[in-house]
Design a protein around this ligand. Structure first.
Ligand SMILES: NC(=O)c1ccc[n+]([C@@H]2O[C@H](COP(=O)([O-])OP(=O)(O)OC[C@H]3O[C@@H](n4cnc5c(N)ncnc54)[C@H](OP(=O)(O)O)[C@@H]3O)[C@@H](O)[C@H]2O)c1
Length: 286
């Protein structure tokens, strides 16, 4: 298949390019390809003539969005509107990613695709607006909500990923304060890319939750990283508020991979197994 990947050097984008190596992939890099320049983006896509366009570009700095919503709305919503319109006009299938932060987290059982979103943060609202544009304009689409991504490339937007950060801090002997009031499912971009490669070969378009299995708080996640490394790090559980986070975040944002299981996609591993595989790939474990 002819597939264009937007944000090809991001943490998910780079694993997608790897997972789709058997296809005819055109990796698109910012700023040469800028999704917020609708005319330029459309011209490039017209020239490539892809059957599928995978959009991984996003503004992900959740706290910054509270003071200045514009960059998030520009990239997470308006650019997605234009890309969705291009999908309709040029006839490609659009793959787009959203987030567990579209939910308010006021419950304690996993959210399914049919649950009503109710984002708490500006970031969550901008991502939900993007979802609505995809659903309204891209006739054929896969809209994938995921959570707590970590991948070998590290988040391009944030400049690090949680696992690599804990690995590096664990060597320093200082106390490491980690949030213990948000329950999530950390998800390996390598696994997500692999499952996505299976999904796009179907015609089962629509909305999907796709994360690793199980759940933990960020503190529990950090504890597992340190324990797998066999290090003696001083981890301290703290509340998000005490770390001065500007944006409210859901206390519970675990997603159930309901539709992915229904259509028989290969299941995701438990988050602990995916973490172990990641640490092994990065050379931290034998
Ligand atoms: N990270 C998470 O924990 C998480 C959780 C839930 C959902 N998601 C969603 O998953 C998707 C992938 O996230 P990620 O962590 O892989 O992001 P990432 O590492 O920040 O990668 C984003 C990519 O998009 C590129 N990009 C930025 N602005 C662009 C523009 N205007 N036009 C074209 N490309 C642009 C970036 O390039 P430059 O770096 O050169 O700017 C980068 O290559 C996003 O939709 C995100 O919202 C992420």
């Amino acid at each position: 298949m002819r597939i264009a990947v937007i944000g090809a050097d991001g943490q998910l984008g780079s694993d997608l390019v790897r997972a789709l190596a058997g296809d005819q992939v055109t990796p698109l890099f910012f700023p040469a390809f800028d999704v917020t320049d609708p005319a330029g983006a459309r011209r490039s896509l017209e020239a490539i003539g892809p059957e599928i366009v995978v959009n991984t570009a996003a503004f992900n700095r959740v706290d910054e969005c509270e003071d200045d919503p514009w960059p998030a709305f520009r990239l997470n919503a308006l650019a997605v509107r234009d890309l969705s319109q291009a999908a309709r006009d040029l006839g490609f299938c659009l793959v787009h990613f959203s987030t567990d932060y579209v939910f308010d987290g006021r419950r304690n059982t996993p959210y399914v695709e049919d649950d009503a979103p109710n984002p708490l943060s500006v970031y969550g609202v901008s991502k939900l607006a993007g979802e609505y544009f995809v659903r309204a304009r891209a006739d054929r689409h896969f809209l994938v909500r995921t959570s707590g991504l970590y991948g070998s490339a590290g988040s391009k937007d944030k400049g690090y990923n949680f696992v690599d950060r804990i690995v590096s801090l664990a060597g320093e002997g200082q106390p490491i304060r980690v949030v213990d009031d948000q329950r999530v499912t950390p998800t390996s971009t390598a696994e997500l890319a692999d499952r996505l490669s299976a999904l796009i070969r179907t015609d089962r378009y629509g909305l999907y939750h796709m994360t690793n299995e199980g759940s933990c708080t960020w503190y529990e996640f950090a504890r597992e990283i340190v324990s797998l490394l066999g290090r003696e790090a001083r981890l301290e559980p703290v509340s998000s508020r005490s770390l001065g986070a500007k944006a409210p975040r859901p206390a519970y944002s675990v997603l159930e991979n309901g539709r992915a299981k229904e259509i028989g996609l290969p299941e995701f591993s438990p988050w602990q197994a995916a973490l172990r595989a990641y640490l092994r790939r990065k050379g931290h474990l034998a």
